[in-house]
Design a protein around this ligand. Structure first.
Ligand code: FE2
Length: 327
């Protein structure tokens, strides 16, 4: 089975093609980030300008024609409405014009599933960290099979906190990778630490770190900001691992590209005899192949949708998406 996956939930527009579990192509373009942040109408304009050529490039690299695909999958949500709409329209157009089944996919579950399939895991605990989301999830079967959210940020996503800090510190590009770079060699300063059970908050530490910019050295603040927030995530994840008795741990989402966070989770996993994996960067950044992976799972399990059901949902949480396939 050959699936085309289209991703357009935020700053990245992507088109990926898979055949079975093999990734044939994974093309993407990212809206250039400035210190103004993301303006939804501008990003949607960028996506609509590039989507056709990205799909053409993905098909060319895969050496197939559009008629050869068995289905098209797209991101239903969560994400920015104007951006989601571009991927949805492209997928519906292909579905209608070429008579292909269409699959609306949950973006968060796609981040998890591409790693789970890649590393052949069956019952992982998941730490999903991105701009808009920071959640600890695991599969439960009642009232329907889904990724249950055991813990999450009670305010903003960790990626959002890192981007926000980077903008205040005039770091370009204004996101987490710039903070990680400037944090190298920094010294630790104590910062607010907020974990409640398996939930956490980031706005308090963000305000504290931003206010410190006028008083302390940037590398020390960046290092301490990152280290403290990652420790909060690790404490909550370790608690969940222990309470749920899971033996597999996946780190996914855009912030999963951070090497320090990987190191910290690896050491927790090692001390509990847990298998820990994070996919390579191209699959943690937003991409079309991860959407195609879930589309294939839906197709193989006859989880079909009419064109009229191919909607978007800006607040489509992972725990609202039924997993009809076996893990
Ligand atoms: Fe994402």
């Amino acid at each position: 089975m050959i699936i085309l996956g289209i991703e357009s939930s935020a700053h990245t527009i992507g088109a990926g093609i898979i055949e079975g579990r093999k990734i044939l192509s994974n093309k993407r373009k990212m809206y250039p980030i400035s210190n103004k942040g993301i303006i939804p109408s501008k990003v949607a304009e960028f996506h609509s300008k590039h989507i056709s050529s990205l799909i053409r490039d993905a098909l060319a690299e895969s050496k197939i024609n559009i008629e050869d695909i068995d289905a098209v999958a797209y991101t239903k949500g969560p994400g920015i409405g104007a951006c989601l709409r571009i991927g949805q329209i492209a997928a519906k157009t292909i579905s209608r014009q070429f008579g292909k089944p269409i699959f609306p996919v949950n973006h968060s579950v796609a981040h998890i599933e591409i790693a789970r399939v890649m590393f052949n895991m069956h019952d992982p605990l998941v730490l999903y960290v991105s701009g808009g989301n920071s959640q600890i999830l695991g599969i439960i079967n009642k009232p329907f099979r889904h990724y249950h959210v055991y813990g999450e940020t009670l305010d903003i996503g960790i990626g959002n906190a890192l981007d926000n800090f980077a903008r205040s510190a005039n770091l370009l590009p204004a996101w987490g990778s710039s903070v990680a770079k400037v944090a190298e060699g920094g010294k630790y300063i104590a910062m607010p630490y907020n974990v409640k059970g398996m939930d956490f908050t980031f706005t308090g530490i963000l305000k504290y770190a931003t206010d410190l910019l006028a008083k302390e050295k940037l590398p020390d603040i960046a290092y301490s900001f990152q280290e403290t927030m990652f420790s909060m995530l690790c404490e909550a994840t370790e608690r969940a691992l222990f309470l749920l008795g899971k033996k597999e741990l996946i780190l996914c989402g855009g912030v999963a590209q951070n090497k320090r966070l990987n190191e910290m989770l690896q050491s927790i996993a090692d001390s509990h005899g847990v298998k820990f994996r994070a996919a390579s960067d191209q699959f943690n950044a937003d991409n079309g192949a991860m959407i195609a992976v879930v589309g294939l799972e839906m197709l193989e399990n006859n989880d079909h949708y009419a064109l009229s059901e191919a909607t978007i949902d800006q607040k489509f949480r992972a725990d609202k998406f039924e997993i009809k396939w076996q893990l």
